[in-house]
Design a protein around this ligand. Structure first.
Ligand code: FAD
Ligand code: DLZ
Ligand code: SF4
Length: 518
């Protein structure tokens, strides 16, 4: 082959429709895929996340080879590996003397910065193609954000509905309303028996990767096995089929419900497949819309699912690129408490947190309301340092990439961005968790007890949070009224709340070093 095009494909770019692969002639291209130490350890990812990405990369490479492409695949244990994307592209240039490097833009700021230096560094032209798997372009998000103080997701979402035509009746929303969230807040029901999402037995490729990860990343957080995530497009499509056939119908109503020992409920469990490219966001939304049109799923479930994807997912991606690099440092509420050790061990008597951390350790997954209203709410009201929280979320979830994790952490749960993403902090006492879950009944703490020994820690922490952030939050019209309730309590009751919260906060053991970063 004379002077090929060199096409690096990253671990979250495993889509055959990737822009850098479009119209590529197998006869004159070399695909470069790299398992590199820097990516596996810049934070110490959950073991299953590394297995997922390496196994899916190896399967994707096989598929391209079967199509006739030359794939230069650098294994993690390659003795000559430099350990970084830039170092490996440099070595590949020596091997193949390409006439051009063609790559799809990175999902993460850190990697994009490195990629943008390639043109100056390397002897051939470098084209960086847009990631067309997203529905909104960077320019569209910039236009949406221009001149707005709060970047309210709902308005962006409506633009995406108009752009895609999903659930549109001419220029009106299907059913008359844009958003059916009010119908999607059912607590769990006794005897609810959701069909579990399919798990996939590891094949030879996955088993080899499991052995590698067990050996090389033994000190990383999380259970290595059982591993059941989809690692090929075929498996991901099977997982999607199961969701559309058996869980979409009830996805909406039980979206915010939490049940001890249950992670999947009616959630799609498709985020890992979407984020690494095995499934495309638009194809899933089209399938959901088709289910509504066929009458197999109601509008509130279908709209809810589509909103998570063309609304939230697209929105956080736009928000990330709009707010970086500052978002990674944001700390509007001046929160500096270290992350408690129990986030890594799960050893806490708070039954809700222990269960969310258990599923996180076992499956590298927790569902949205667990991430938001249990784990996230705790970090917010306990005043945990945003960078420590962001590291934790990036490490522990198999679907975590900074572009999606950071806006959810800094913006949605911690209000560290000063309210650009969320119009108010999602702070809640134990009452919310009790309403939406079955956690509290068997907890050592009593959710109805507000202060003192045995009181649910969320109760005093909630008021401690409100009190210590009064100057920042009182003028917020969505939260300001709370201070009238606080003032009516009187000094003695307030002191009880604050003392209980401080006693609890003092009892927290900070995380030992080395869990998230070496
Ligand atoms: P479902 O409940 O079935 O939802 C369908 C799809 O909608 C998801 O697969 C996902 O692609 C999308 N989605 C839903 N909510 C969001 C959201 N808030 N932001 C972006 N996409 C969304 N999701 C990630 O993919 N990666 C992350 O690193 C991540 N970190 C999060 C951190 C915090 C603090 C919070 C509150 C949420 C985070 N989420 C993240 C969003 C959400 O929790 C997960 O997408 C969801 O739990 C994945 O499970 P699922 O596929 O069953 O989702
Ligand atoms: C997350 C991850 C890990 C653990 N390892 C690799 C890897 O070795 N090679 C690779 O190409 N990608 C990996 N990834 C995904 C990248 O971190 C991701 O592609 C970039 O951060 C851009 O989003
Ligand atoms: Fe969680 Fe409090 Fe309920 Fe216990 S009582 S499960 S700590 S909300």
């Amino acid at each position: 082959m004379t002077s090929p095009v060199l096409v690096p494909i990253l671990g979250d770019q495993l889509s055959r429709s990737l822009s850098s692969l479009e119209n590529l002639d197998p006869e004159s291209a070399v695909i470069l895929m790299m398992e590199v130490w820097d990516e596996a350890t810049y934070v110490k990812h959950h073991k299953q996340k590394i297995v997922l990405i390496f196994s899916a990369m190896r399967h994707f490479a096989e598929g391209l080879r079967a199509e006739g492409f030359t794939v230069d695949y650098v294994m993690l244990d390659d003795p000559d590996s430099t350990g970084s994307f830039t170092g490996e592209v440099a070595r590949a240039i020596e091997r193949h003397s390409p006439r051009e490097i063609r790559v799809t833009e990175s999902g993460e700021w850190r990697v994009q910065q490195a990629m943008e230096e390639w043109a100056d560094r390397f002897p051939c032209p470098v084209s960086i193609c847009p990631d067309t798997r997203f529905i909104a372009t960077h320019a569209e998000f910039r236009d949406f954000a221009a001149g707005r103080k709060h970047l309210t997701m709902e308005y962006f979402y409506r633009e995406m509905r108009r752009k895609t035509g999903l659930l549109m009746d001419g220029d009106k929303p299907e059913g008359g309303d844009w958003n059916y969230d009010a119908e999607n807040r059912e607590p769990p029901k006794d005897g609810m028996n959701p069909p579990p999402a399919p798990k996939f037995d590891p094949d030879d490729i996955t088993r080899e990767v499991i052995a590698l990860v067990g050996k090389r990343f033994a000190d990383h957080f999380g259970d290595l096995e059982p591993f059941g995530w989809p690692v090929t497009r075929e498996q991901a499509l099977e997982a999607a089929d199961a969701f559309f056939a058996r869980r979409l119908e009830k996805f909406g109503p039980y979206q915010d419900a939490m049940v001890h020992g249950e992670d999947d409920l009616y959630h799609s469990m498709l985020s890992t497949s979407i984020n690494i490219g095995l499934l495309l966001p638009l194809e899933l939304c089209e399938r959901a819309e088709a289910a509504y049109k066929k009458g197999t799923a109601p509008l509130n479930s279908v709209e809810g699912f589509i909103r998570q994807i063309i609304g939230w997912r697209e929105y956080v991606r736009g928000f990330y690129w709009h707010q970086m690099p500052g978002l990674a440092e944001a700390n509007e509420l001046d929160a500096h408490r270290p992350l408690p050790e129990f986030f890594w061990t799960g050893e806490t008597d708070m039954r809700c947190l222990a269960d969310c951390i258990r599923t996180t350790r076992e499956d590298a997954h927790a569902h949205h309301i667990q991430r938001l209203m249990v784990l996230g709410n705790f970090c917010l009201i306990a005043g945990i340092d945003p960078q420590a929280v962001a590291d934790w979320y990036l490490v522990v979830y198999a679907d975590a990439f900074e572009w999606v994790e950071l806006p959810n952490v800094a913006g949605m749960i911690l209000y560290a961005d000063g309210g650009r993403l969320a119009t108010k902090p999602y702070a809640a006492s134990g009452n919310y968790i009790n309403k939406m879950s079955d956690y509290c009944g068997k907890c050592r703490y009593k959710v109805s007890k507000k202060t003192g020994e045995g009181a649910c820690p969320f109760n005093p922490l909630y008021w401690h949070f409100m009190d210590r952030n009064r100057d920042r939050l009182e003028s917020n019209h969505r939260i300001g009224r709370i201070y009238a309730t606080w003032d009516r309590m009187g000094e003695a009751k307030q002191a009880e709340y604050l003392e209980s919260a401080e006693k609890f906060l003092d009892s927290l053991e900070p995380a030992s070093k080395g869990w998230a970063r070496a």
